[in-house]
Design a protein around this ligand. Structure first.
Ligand code: T4K
Length: 370
Protein backbone atom coordinates (compact mmCIF):
# COMPACT_ATOMS: atom_id res chain seq x y z
CA UNK A 1 0.00 0.00 0.00
CA UNK A 2 1.47 3.37 -1.01
CA UNK A 3 1.78 5.83 1.84
CA UNK A 4 2.38 8.99 -0.20
CA UNK A 5 0.09 9.19 -3.20
CA UNK A 6 0.28 11.48 -6.20
CA UNK A 7 -2.21 13.81 -4.57
CA UNK A 8 -4.52 14.11 -1.58
CA UNK A 9 -7.81 15.97 -1.51
CA UNK A 10 -7.86 19.33 0.23
CA UNK A 11 -10.59 19.39 2.85
CA UNK A 12 -11.88 22.06 5.24
CA UNK A 13 -12.04 21.42 8.98
CA UNK A 14 -14.81 18.91 9.74
CA UNK A 15 -16.75 21.51 11.78
CA UNK A 16 -16.60 24.06 9.00
CA UNK A 17 -18.27 21.67 6.57
CA UNK A 18 -20.88 20.63 9.14
CA UNK A 19 -21.68 24.28 9.77
CA UNK A 20 -22.01 24.84 6.02
CA UNK A 21 -24.50 22.01 5.54
CA UNK A 22 -26.42 22.48 8.83
CA UNK A 23 -29.28 24.55 7.35
CA UNK A 24 -29.98 21.82 4.80
CA UNK A 25 -31.52 19.83 7.67
CA UNK A 26 -34.11 22.61 7.97
CA UNK A 27 -34.69 23.24 4.29
CA UNK A 28 -34.50 19.63 3.06
CA UNK A 29 -33.29 21.15 -0.21
CA UNK A 30 -30.54 18.86 -1.52
CA UNK A 31 -30.16 19.54 -5.24
CA UNK A 32 -31.71 21.19 -8.33
CA UNK A 33 -29.94 24.53 -8.08
CA UNK A 34 -30.51 25.31 -4.42
CA UNK A 35 -29.12 28.03 -2.17
CA UNK A 36 -25.60 26.57 -1.89
CA UNK A 37 -25.42 26.14 -5.64
CA UNK A 38 -26.30 29.79 -6.19
CA UNK A 39 -23.86 31.04 -3.55
CA UNK A 40 -21.05 28.88 -4.94
CA UNK A 41 -21.72 30.08 -8.48
CA UNK A 42 -21.55 33.72 -7.37
CA UNK A 43 -18.35 33.25 -5.36
CA UNK A 44 -16.66 31.45 -8.25
CA UNK A 45 -17.40 34.28 -10.67
CA UNK A 46 -15.59 36.64 -8.30
CA UNK A 47 -12.68 34.33 -7.55
CA UNK A 48 -12.06 33.19 -11.11
CA UNK A 49 -12.45 36.73 -12.51
CA UNK A 50 -14.89 35.62 -15.19
CA UNK A 51 -18.20 36.91 -16.51
CA UNK A 52 -20.40 33.83 -16.18
CA UNK A 53 -20.23 30.27 -14.96
CA UNK A 54 -22.56 27.29 -14.94
CA UNK A 55 -21.95 24.52 -12.40
CA UNK A 56 -22.08 20.85 -13.34
CA UNK A 57 -21.63 17.43 -11.78
CA UNK A 58 -18.04 17.11 -12.98
CA UNK A 59 -15.44 18.39 -15.42
CA UNK A 60 -16.32 15.76 -17.99
CA UNK A 61 -19.95 16.85 -18.21
CA UNK A 62 -18.71 20.44 -18.50
CA UNK A 63 -16.83 19.40 -21.64
CA UNK A 64 -19.52 17.13 -23.03
CA UNK A 65 -22.43 19.52 -22.52
CA UNK A 66 -20.27 22.55 -23.33
CA UNK A 67 -19.66 21.12 -26.79
CA UNK A 68 -23.39 20.45 -27.19
CA UNK A 69 -24.36 23.92 -26.02
CA UNK A 70 -22.10 25.42 -28.70
CA UNK A 71 -24.25 23.58 -31.25
CA UNK A 72 -21.47 21.33 -32.54
CA UNK A 73 -23.09 18.22 -33.94
CA UNK A 74 -20.73 17.07 -36.69
CA UNK A 75 -17.25 17.65 -38.04
CA UNK A 76 -13.68 17.59 -36.80
CA UNK A 77 -12.25 18.98 -33.60
CA UNK A 78 -8.51 19.62 -33.40
CA UNK A 79 -7.22 18.54 -30.02
CA UNK A 80 -4.28 17.13 -28.06
CA UNK A 81 -3.67 13.44 -27.32
CA UNK A 82 -1.60 14.36 -24.24
CA UNK A 83 -4.46 14.57 -21.78
CA UNK A 84 -6.85 12.60 -19.58
CA UNK A 85 -9.38 10.30 -21.29
CA UNK A 86 -12.17 12.79 -20.65
CA UNK A 87 -11.01 15.35 -23.23
CA UNK A 88 -11.10 12.96 -26.18
CA UNK A 89 -14.16 11.09 -24.95
CA UNK A 90 -16.15 14.33 -24.77
CA UNK A 91 -15.47 14.90 -28.48
CA UNK A 92 -16.21 11.34 -29.60
CA UNK A 93 -19.29 10.94 -27.41
CA UNK A 94 -20.73 14.00 -29.17
CA UNK A 95 -20.35 12.29 -32.58
CA UNK A 96 -17.44 14.53 -33.56
CA UNK A 97 -14.07 13.41 -34.91
CA UNK A 98 -10.93 14.24 -32.95
CA UNK A 99 -7.96 15.31 -35.06
CA UNK A 100 -4.81 15.05 -33.02
CA UNK A 101 -2.23 17.79 -33.08
CA UNK A 102 1.26 17.37 -31.63
CA UNK A 103 2.31 19.17 -28.46
CA UNK A 104 4.87 21.79 -27.60
CA UNK A 105 7.93 20.11 -26.02
CA UNK A 106 8.25 22.78 -23.31
CA UNK A 107 4.68 23.44 -22.15
CA UNK A 108 3.21 20.05 -23.22
CA UNK A 109 0.14 21.95 -24.49
CA UNK A 110 -1.11 21.74 -28.09
CA UNK A 111 1.53 23.06 -30.51
CA UNK A 112 -0.29 26.05 -31.97
CA UNK A 113 2.30 26.27 -34.77
CA UNK A 114 1.19 22.86 -36.05
CA UNK A 115 -2.51 23.57 -35.71
CA UNK A 116 -3.29 25.45 -38.89
CA UNK A 117 -2.09 22.67 -41.20
CA UNK A 118 -4.73 20.38 -39.64
CA UNK A 119 -7.66 22.68 -40.45
CA UNK A 120 -9.94 21.28 -43.17
CA UNK A 121 -13.40 22.28 -44.40
CA UNK A 122 -14.78 19.82 -41.83
CA UNK A 123 -13.09 21.49 -38.85
CA UNK A 124 -15.59 23.03 -36.43
CA UNK A 125 -13.58 23.62 -33.27
CA UNK A 126 -10.28 23.52 -31.42
CA UNK A 127 -10.16 21.83 -28.02
CA UNK A 128 -6.81 22.52 -26.33
CA UNK A 129 -5.92 21.61 -22.73
CA UNK A 130 -4.06 23.81 -20.25
CA UNK A 131 -2.29 20.63 -19.20
CA UNK A 132 -0.71 20.63 -15.69
CA UNK A 133 -1.96 24.23 -15.51
CA UNK A 134 0.44 25.24 -18.30
CA UNK A 135 -1.35 27.81 -20.39
CA UNK A 136 -1.79 27.17 -24.13
CA UNK A 137 -0.60 29.58 -26.80
CA UNK A 138 -3.82 31.55 -26.48
CA UNK A 139 -2.96 34.31 -28.99
CA UNK A 140 -2.14 31.92 -31.84
CA UNK A 141 -5.13 29.69 -31.13
CA UNK A 142 -7.34 32.77 -31.13
CA UNK A 143 -5.87 33.96 -34.45
CA UNK A 144 -6.49 30.60 -36.15
CA UNK A 145 -9.98 30.29 -34.69
CA UNK A 146 -10.95 33.74 -35.98
CA UNK A 147 -9.45 33.09 -39.42
CA UNK A 148 -11.38 29.83 -39.95
CA UNK A 149 -14.43 30.71 -37.80
CA UNK A 150 -13.83 27.87 -35.36
CA UNK A 151 -15.11 27.54 -31.80
CA UNK A 152 -12.50 27.30 -29.05
CA UNK A 153 -13.23 25.07 -26.06
CA UNK A 154 -10.51 25.17 -23.42
CA UNK A 155 -10.16 22.16 -21.18
CA UNK A 156 -9.18 24.09 -18.06
CA UNK A 157 -9.51 21.10 -15.72
CA UNK A 158 -5.98 21.78 -14.39
CA UNK A 159 -6.11 25.57 -14.48
CA UNK A 160 -8.37 26.55 -11.58
CA UNK A 161 -7.61 30.07 -10.35
CA UNK A 162 -4.94 30.75 -12.93
CA UNK A 163 -4.60 34.05 -14.73
CA UNK A 164 -2.96 34.96 -17.99
CA UNK A 165 -1.92 38.60 -18.37
CA UNK A 166 -4.00 39.41 -15.27
CA UNK A 167 -7.19 37.99 -16.79
CA UNK A 168 -8.98 34.93 -15.37
CA UNK A 169 -8.10 31.92 -17.49
CA UNK A 170 -11.79 31.09 -17.94
CA UNK A 171 -12.27 34.26 -19.97
CA UNK A 172 -10.41 32.95 -22.99
CA UNK A 173 -11.95 31.03 -25.89
CA UNK A 174 -15.68 30.53 -26.37
CA UNK A 175 -15.85 28.41 -23.24
CA UNK A 176 -13.49 27.04 -20.60
CA UNK A 177 -14.29 23.85 -18.71
CA UNK A 178 -13.08 23.40 -15.14
CA UNK A 179 -12.95 20.27 -12.97
CA UNK A 180 -13.50 20.40 -9.23
CA UNK A 181 -12.75 16.71 -8.76
CA UNK A 182 -11.33 15.50 -5.43
CA UNK A 183 -7.87 15.17 -7.01
CA UNK A 184 -7.71 18.76 -8.23
CA UNK A 185 -6.12 21.90 -6.73
CA UNK A 186 -9.64 22.93 -5.80
CA UNK A 187 -12.44 20.45 -5.23
CA UNK A 188 -16.15 20.27 -4.53
CA UNK A 189 -15.84 16.47 -4.02
CA UNK A 190 -17.01 15.91 -7.59
CA UNK A 191 -17.84 18.95 -9.65
CA UNK A 192 -17.14 20.99 -12.70
CA UNK A 193 -18.12 24.18 -14.45
CA UNK A 194 -18.22 25.95 -17.77
CA UNK A 195 -17.07 29.58 -17.89
CA UNK A 196 -18.30 31.71 -20.78
CA UNK A 197 -18.96 35.27 -21.89
CA UNK A 198 -22.04 34.89 -24.10
CA UNK A 199 -25.11 35.09 -21.83
CA UNK A 200 -27.31 33.15 -24.28
CA UNK A 201 -24.89 30.22 -24.00
CA UNK A 202 -25.65 30.17 -20.26
CA UNK A 203 -29.34 29.58 -20.87
CA UNK A 204 -28.58 26.68 -23.21
CA UNK A 205 -26.17 24.90 -20.91
CA UNK A 206 -28.47 25.44 -17.93
CA UNK A 207 -31.22 23.62 -19.80
CA UNK A 208 -28.88 20.90 -21.05
CA UNK A 209 -27.81 20.04 -17.51
CA UNK A 210 -31.45 19.80 -16.47
CA UNK A 211 -33.05 17.47 -19.06
CA UNK A 212 -33.63 20.31 -21.54
CA UNK A 213 -36.47 21.58 -19.37
CA UNK A 214 -37.56 25.11 -20.25
CA UNK A 215 -40.35 25.43 -17.73
CA UNK A 216 -42.88 23.19 -16.00
CA UNK A 217 -44.69 22.44 -19.23
CA UNK A 218 -42.04 22.81 -21.95
CA UNK A 219 -38.97 20.73 -22.76
CA UNK A 220 -37.17 22.08 -25.80
CA UNK A 221 -33.81 20.34 -25.57
CA UNK A 222 -32.62 16.75 -25.24
CA UNK A 223 -30.67 17.39 -22.08
CA UNK A 224 -28.92 15.25 -19.51
CA UNK A 225 -28.90 15.39 -15.74
CA UNK A 226 -25.65 17.09 -14.74
CA UNK A 227 -26.70 19.31 -11.85
CA UNK A 228 -24.30 19.91 -8.98
CA UNK A 229 -25.91 18.88 -5.70
CA UNK A 230 -25.96 20.98 -2.53
CA UNK A 231 -23.40 18.87 -0.60
CA UNK A 232 -20.85 19.37 -3.38
CA UNK A 233 -21.60 23.08 -3.61
CA UNK A 234 -21.19 23.34 0.19
CA UNK A 235 -17.78 21.63 -0.01
CA UNK A 236 -16.86 24.05 -2.80
CA UNK A 237 -17.87 27.02 -0.66
CA UNK A 238 -15.69 25.78 2.22
CA UNK A 239 -12.67 24.96 0.08
CA UNK A 240 -12.89 28.29 -1.71
CA UNK A 241 -12.29 30.09 1.62
CA UNK A 242 -8.89 28.38 1.88
CA UNK A 243 -7.80 28.13 -1.73
CA UNK A 244 -5.21 30.91 -1.71
CA UNK A 245 -3.47 29.31 1.29
CA UNK A 246 -3.54 25.90 -0.37
CA UNK A 247 -2.01 27.24 -3.59
CA UNK A 248 0.68 29.10 -1.63
CA UNK A 249 1.61 25.86 0.18
CA UNK A 250 1.83 24.07 -3.15
CA UNK A 251 4.12 26.81 -4.42
CA UNK A 252 6.52 26.16 -1.53
CA UNK A 253 6.55 22.43 -2.28
CA UNK A 254 7.30 23.12 -5.94
CA UNK A 255 10.17 25.36 -4.82
CA UNK A 256 11.58 22.56 -2.70
CA UNK A 257 11.33 20.03 -5.54
CA UNK A 258 13.12 22.50 -7.82
CA UNK A 259 15.81 23.09 -5.20
CA UNK A 260 16.69 19.37 -5.30
CA UNK A 261 16.02 18.49 -8.93
CA UNK A 262 16.66 21.58 -11.04
CA UNK A 263 19.83 21.39 -13.11
CA UNK A 264 20.29 17.62 -12.73
CA UNK A 265 21.43 16.17 -16.06
CA UNK A 266 18.73 14.02 -17.61
CA UNK A 267 15.82 15.66 -15.74
CA UNK A 268 13.56 18.32 -17.16
CA UNK A 269 11.17 20.16 -14.87
CA UNK A 270 8.07 22.14 -15.72
CA UNK A 271 9.05 25.73 -16.44
CA UNK A 272 7.28 28.78 -15.02
CA UNK A 273 5.46 30.65 -17.80
CA UNK A 274 5.68 34.36 -18.39
CA UNK A 275 2.51 36.37 -17.56
CA UNK A 276 0.89 33.37 -15.85
CA UNK A 277 -0.34 33.26 -12.26
CA UNK A 278 0.20 29.56 -11.56
CA UNK A 279 -1.80 27.22 -9.34
CA UNK A 280 1.02 24.64 -9.04
CA UNK A 281 -1.36 21.83 -9.87
CA UNK A 282 1.11 19.13 -10.92
CA UNK A 283 4.82 18.46 -10.73
CA UNK A 284 5.80 16.59 -13.91
CA UNK A 285 9.39 15.53 -14.58
CA UNK A 286 10.70 14.33 -17.95
CA UNK A 287 13.41 11.67 -17.65
CA UNK A 288 16.04 11.33 -20.36
CA UNK A 289 17.54 7.89 -19.81
CA UNK A 290 20.61 8.65 -21.95
CA UNK A 291 21.68 11.38 -19.53
CA UNK A 292 20.13 10.17 -16.26
CA UNK A 293 20.90 6.48 -16.51
CA UNK A 294 17.44 5.33 -15.43
CA UNK A 295 14.19 5.64 -17.32
CA UNK A 296 10.81 6.89 -16.15
CA UNK A 297 9.46 3.43 -15.38
CA UNK A 298 12.50 2.51 -13.31
CA UNK A 299 12.15 5.70 -11.25
CA UNK A 300 8.44 5.06 -10.77
CA UNK A 301 9.22 1.52 -9.55
CA UNK A 302 11.94 2.77 -7.17
CA UNK A 303 9.46 5.24 -5.65
CA UNK A 304 6.76 2.58 -5.39
CA UNK A 305 9.08 0.27 -3.41
CA UNK A 306 9.34 3.08 -0.84
CA UNK A 307 5.58 3.57 -0.70
CA UNK A 308 5.44 6.59 -3.01
CA UNK A 309 2.82 6.64 -5.73
CA UNK A 310 3.98 8.80 -8.62
CA UNK A 311 1.79 8.62 -11.73
CA UNK A 312 2.28 8.47 -15.50
CA UNK A 313 0.02 11.42 -16.31
CA UNK A 314 -0.43 11.23 -19.30
CA UNK A 315 0.43 7.82 -20.69
CA UNK A 316 -0.74 6.31 -22.95
CA UNK A 317 -1.79 9.02 -25.40
CA UNK A 318 -5.55 9.09 -25.82
CA UNK A 319 -5.38 8.45 -29.59
CA UNK A 320 -3.88 5.02 -28.86
CA UNK A 321 -6.56 3.89 -26.40
CA UNK A 322 -7.93 0.39 -26.92
CA UNK A 323 -11.43 1.80 -27.40
CA UNK A 324 -10.25 3.77 -30.44
CA UNK A 325 -8.37 0.88 -32.05
CA UNK A 326 -8.00 1.31 -35.81
CA UNK A 327 -9.17 4.92 -35.75
CA UNK A 328 -6.57 7.44 -34.62
CA UNK A 329 -3.25 5.60 -34.08
CA UNK A 330 -1.78 7.13 -37.23
CA UNK A 331 -1.92 10.67 -35.87
CA UNK A 332 1.41 12.44 -36.37
CA UNK A 333 2.27 13.30 -32.77
CA UNK A 334 5.98 12.38 -32.28
CA UNK A 335 6.69 14.89 -29.49
CA UNK A 336 3.63 13.80 -27.55
CA UNK A 337 4.71 10.16 -27.94
CA UNK A 338 8.20 10.90 -26.69
CA UNK A 339 7.06 12.99 -23.70
CA UNK A 340 4.34 10.54 -22.76
CA UNK A 341 6.89 7.70 -22.49
CA UNK A 342 9.27 9.76 -20.36
CA UNK A 343 7.12 11.84 -18.04
CA UNK A 344 6.29 11.14 -14.41
CA UNK A 345 4.08 13.23 -12.14
CA UNK A 346 5.42 13.43 -8.61
CA UNK A 347 3.26 13.72 -5.47
CA UNK A 348 2.01 17.26 -4.91
CA UNK A 349 -0.62 18.45 -2.46
CA UNK A 350 -0.85 21.26 0.04
CA UNK A 351 -0.11 19.14 3.10
CA UNK A 352 2.81 17.20 1.65
CA UNK A 353 5.64 17.73 4.13
CA UNK A 354 9.02 19.09 3.15
CA UNK A 355 10.59 15.95 4.66
CA UNK A 356 8.55 13.84 2.28
CA UNK A 357 9.64 16.00 -0.67
CA UNK A 358 13.25 15.55 0.44
CA UNK A 359 12.71 11.79 0.69
CA UNK A 360 11.12 11.60 -2.79
CA UNK A 361 13.98 13.60 -4.32
CA UNK A 362 16.54 11.47 -2.53
CA UNK A 363 15.08 8.30 -4.02
CA UNK A 364 15.01 9.89 -7.50
CA UNK A 365 18.59 11.09 -7.23
CA UNK A 366 19.70 7.61 -6.15
CA UNK A 367 18.31 6.38 -9.50
CA UNK A 368 20.85 8.57 -11.30
CA UNK A 369 23.34 6.18 -12.79
CA UNK A 370 25.36 8.57 -15.00
N1 T4K B 1 -9.86 17.05 -18.48
C1 T4K B 1 -8.68 16.80 -17.92
C2 T4K B 1 -7.45 17.34 -18.55
C3 T4K B 1 -8.60 16.07 -16.73
O1 T4K B 1 -7.40 15.82 -16.15
C4 T4K B 1 -9.80 15.60 -16.14
C5 T4K B 1 -9.77 14.82 -14.92
C6 T4K B 1 -11.02 15.90 -16.77
C7 T4K B 1 -11.01 16.63 -17.96
C8 T4K B 1 -12.35 15.44 -16.24
O2 T4K B 1 -12.69 16.06 -15.01
P1 T4K B 1 -13.64 15.25 -13.96
O3 T4K B 1 -14.81 14.73 -14.73
O4 T4K B 1 -12.83 14.17 -13.33
O5 T4K B 1 -14.06 16.33 -12.98
C9 T4K B 1 -7.85 11.40 -11.67
C10 T4K B 1 -9.16 12.10 -11.53
O6 T4K B 1 -10.22 11.20 -11.27
C11 T4K B 1 -9.53 12.94 -12.70
O7 T4K B 1 -10.46 13.89 -12.24
C12 T4K B 1 -8.33 13.70 -13.27
N2 T4K B 1 -8.65 14.42 -14.47
C13 T4K B 1 -7.21 12.75 -13.53
C14 T4K B 1 -5.98 13.46 -14.05
O8 T4K B 1 -6.84 12.12 -12.32
P2 T4K B 1 -7.22 8.88 -11.62
O9 T4K B 1 -7.85 7.69 -12.25
O10 T4K B 1 -5.75 9.06 -11.75
O11 T4K B 1 -7.65 9.03 -10.09
P3 T4K B 1 -7.28 8.12 -8.84
O12 T4K B 1 -8.53 7.61 -8.27
O13 T4K B 1 -6.22 7.15 -9.19
O14 T4K B 1 -6.71 9.21 -7.81
C15 T4K B 1 -5.40 9.74 -7.90
C16 T4K B 1 -4.92 10.03 -6.49
O15 T4K B 1 -5.69 11.03 -5.89
C17 T4K B 1 -5.02 8.86 -5.55
O16 T4K B 1 -3.85 8.09 -5.63
C18 T4K B 1 -5.21 9.49 -4.18
C19 T4K B 1 -5.83 10.82 -4.48
N3 T4K B 1 -7.26 10.86 -4.14
C20 T4K B 1 -8.17 10.25 -4.96
C21 T4K B 1 -9.50 10.32 -4.69
C22 T4K B 1 -10.50 9.67 -5.60
C23 T4K B 1 -7.69 11.54 -3.01
O17 T4K B 1 -6.87 12.07 -2.25
N4 T4K B 1 -9.02 11.61 -2.74
C24 T4K B 1 -9.95 11.03 -3.52
O18 T4K B 1 -11.17 11.13 -3.25
O19 T4K B 1 -7.98 10.13 -12.25
Amino acid sequence: MNSILVTRSSMPEFDEYIEEIRDMWDSHWLTNMGVKHKQFQKKLIEYLKIDNIELLTNGHMALELGIQALGLTEGEVITTPFTFASTTHAIVRNGLTPVFCDIDPVTFTIDANKLEELVTERTVAILPVHVYGNICNIEEIDRIAKKYKLKVIYDAAHAFGEEYKGIGIGSYGDISCFSFHATKVFNSIEGGAVAFRDVSFGKTIYQLKNFGIKNEEEVDGIGANAKMNEFCAAMGLCNLRHIDGEIAKRGKIVERYCYHLDGIAGLRLNSQQLDVKSNYSYFPVVFDERKFGSNRDEVKAALAVCGIGARKYFYPLTNTFECFRGRYENAQVPIAQKISRRILTLPLYADLSMQDVDKICDIILKCKKL
